[in-house]
Design a protein around this ligand. Structure first.
Ligand code: M6R
Length: 607
């Protein structure tokens, strides 16, 4: 997730405005930033790595001339977050400048074709193909809009683009597919940006750009067309009356709720990992004598879920380990044939890095999965995957958990394929469902949010919650419980449902809410037995079950219905969503701030 802004003024210098706008986009990334302008048929550009204010102190981003300026704030996905990979990117002639948010999936093949035609690439980014493609098209059309149109028709993946050229200093051309882009209509000029807050200071009148649309912004208007057939789009503007603080959360009262709702988008991005990196990591996993899945907190729950996926799909035994326990438990056993798959959203968690360090010293292969390409974890990993969720502001991990699961599921399916342990039909069926997850999550939020609010109201005063599941749903139960206790401060327990009788059931008494994660998978029959046991002790049963599962609904005091036909192995992805919402609303109804839970930090970098 990056942020882009473009401004074209009737008169004056637009750079200071773009700089202010980038400050508001910093929540979308802070690895590097840059800005480009056109003045007197000349392209000016400044960019560097680091945080926006540090860069500005160094090179004064407001000090470039011209009424036509684009800017970018980067959350690196392709290429290290250094100066050279910072946006804007340019073509060979340095007349075209491009800022981009998204992932160009076919950039490697496009780059190869363009290099064969003589284009010189200087960065490791996916974005750099865009200015070169436009340059190539400009040879044939000599018209920026047409060149951009033809170029974007060749792109696969997601993009929000703002493009300027010194040969046409009266316009910004924008295009969008699956990455947000909004157009601002102002008295002093026209604006485009990744979101409303970034340009709210300049206008409160907006037009949305939809997927597969292209727009030309001049200082006094905008024209929009469909990329496919150039059909003209007539769209009226709308006004917002948000203040800046509301606007940063895009109308949501808290970042946590915004991030829960962002999951369809973050999952789409997590599904766009580059094939060759997935293949590389899969090969390392396949070669290991033993695989340790090492992580803390929510990331550990993702690892636990993944251990079921690896086992059932690829028949591969893996050992999920809480990072702080790794050295004491397995430290002496780790060696050159071990693979450590370390999962850390921040890539900076002390316990995880310490475990990784220990394993490295013993010559183990380190693989990282993280949301932070510039983290310590990526530096110490032999190979790594970046989940591409963008910054997560809420301390409670939500969108980064489901994205981790998406990445891990992709690895499990690849391993299943190369190890030939399940049929191609089974792989295809699961893959199809995995690629539908963004839609399924959207549906889940729509289906469950109101019901969850009702439940949060009903149970707001309860002081003990139990979360139970079997099989892979144990991981869902543990994650639901962690969400609830970390932001509501209410004691909660989670364990595999069958463990109840070995002790925990003794704390159950009349009215204790017990949340059962009960997808329609092979554990369901046994889960029904566990529901009966709890019911017999007076527990209030809240079942998370498939839509139309009358048997479970009939046993439960309350139920939350989920979409049908979710394969058990992928069920943690949608099933955790109502649990995230439940924790959120319980915190809010108890007057707590879910974004800032007491005693917790987003990234735990101390022992
Ligand atoms: O950055 P990491 O994924 O390594 O962080 C691990 C845990 O600190 C983190 O998941 C923590 O448990 C969250 N607060 C959970 O919501």
């Amino acid at each position: 997730m990056c942020g882009i802004t473009g401004i074209i003024l009737k008169k004056g210098n637009a750079a200071p405005l773009v700089y202010e706008s980038l400050k508001r986009l910093e929540y979308r990334g802070y690895d590097s930033a840059g800005i480009a302008s056109i003045d007197n048929l000349k392209l000016y550009m400044k960019k560097d790595s680091g945080k926006l204010d540090e860069i500005h102190k160094k090179i004064d981003l407001t000090d470039i001339p011209g009424p036509l300026v684009i800017g970018h704030i980067r959350w690196a996905t392709h290429g290290y977050p250094d100066k050279i990979n910072a946006h804007p990117h340019t073509d060979c002639t340095k007349t075209i400048a491009v800022v981009h948010n998204g992932v160009i999936e076919n950039f490697l093949e496009l780059r190869r074709e363009l290099e064969e035609k003589g284009h010189k690439f200087i960065t490791r980014t996916d974005t750099e193909v865009v200015p070169h493609l436009i340059e190539e098209e400009m040879n044939a059309t000599d018209d920026l809009y047409t060149a951009v149109l033809r170029a974007v028709r060749k792109l696969k993946g997601s993009y929000a683009l703002a493009i300027i050229s010194s040969s046409e200093p009266d316009k910004i051309v924008c295009a969008r597919n699956e990455s947000p882009l909004i157009i601002g209509v102002g008295k002093e000029g026209m604006y485009c940006s990744s979101d409303i807050p970034a340009i709210l200071e300049y206008t409160n009148k907006f037009i949305t750009l939809d997927n597969r649309e292209i727009a030309i912004l001049t200082h006094d208007g905008v024209s929009i067309r469909k990329i496919k057939d150039e059909q003209v789009v007539y769209r009226t503007s709308f006004e917002v009356d948000w203040d800046i603080e509301q606007a940063e959360k895009q109308g949501y009262p808290h970042f946590m709720l915004k991030e829960i709702h962002e999951q369809p988008d973050s999952l789409r991005d997590a599904l766009r990992l580059q094939e060759q990196y997935l293949d590389l990591v899969t090969t390392f996993l396949d070669r290991g004598r033993e695989i340790f899945l090492v992580a803390a907190g929510t990331s550990y729950h993702a690892c636990l879920a993944a251990s079921y996926m690896f086992s059932k799909l690829a028949k591969l035994t893996t050992y999920p380990v809480i990072a702080s326990e790794f050295i004491d438990r397995y430290g002496d056993a780790v060696g050159i044939d071990s693979v450590i798959l370390a999962v850390s959203q921040s890539g900076e968690t002390y316990d995880t890095l310490k475990a990784v360090d220990h394993a490295r010293m013993r010559a183990a292969t380190i693989i990282g999965i993280t949301n932070n390409v510039a983290s310590t974890l990526t530096r110490v990993s032999r190979a790594y995957l970046v989940q591409q969720s963008g910054p997560e502001i809420g301390v409670a991990a939500t969108k980064t958990f489901t994205a981790q699961l998406i990445v891990l599921a992709q690895l499990a399916l690849r391993l299943a394929k190369i190890r030939g342990k399940i049929s191609q039909d089974e792989i295809d069926e699961l893959k199809e469902k995995l690629y539908r997850m963004p839609e399924i999550i959207k549906e889940t939020i729509i289906m469950t949010e109101e019901k969850v609010k009702e439940l949060a109201e009903k149970y707001r005063d309860k002081n003990l919650f139990l979360f139970l599941g079997r099989g892979i749903s144990t991981a869902t139960a543990l994650e639901g419980r962690l969400k609830l206790l970390e932001i509501t401060y209410k004691p909660a327990l989670a364990f595999p449902a069958a463990e109840s009788k070995h002790g925990p059931i003794s704390i159950v008494e009349e009215g204790v809410p017990v949340i059962f994660i009960a997808p329609y998978d092979e554990t369901r029959k046994d889960v029904i037995g566990n529901i009966m046991e709890m019911k017999a002790r007076g527990a209030e049963i809240i079942a998370l079950c498939e839509e139309g599962d009358e048997e479970i609904k009939g046993l439960a005091d309350e139920y939350i219905e989920m979409s049908r036909d979710i394969p058990g192995l992928l069920s943690p992805i949608p099933y955790v969503v109502p649990l995230q919402l439940l924790a959120y609303y319980l915190a809010v109804y108890n007057g707590l701030d879910p974004d800032k839970p007491r005693n917790l930090a987003k990234s735990v970098t101390v022992p």
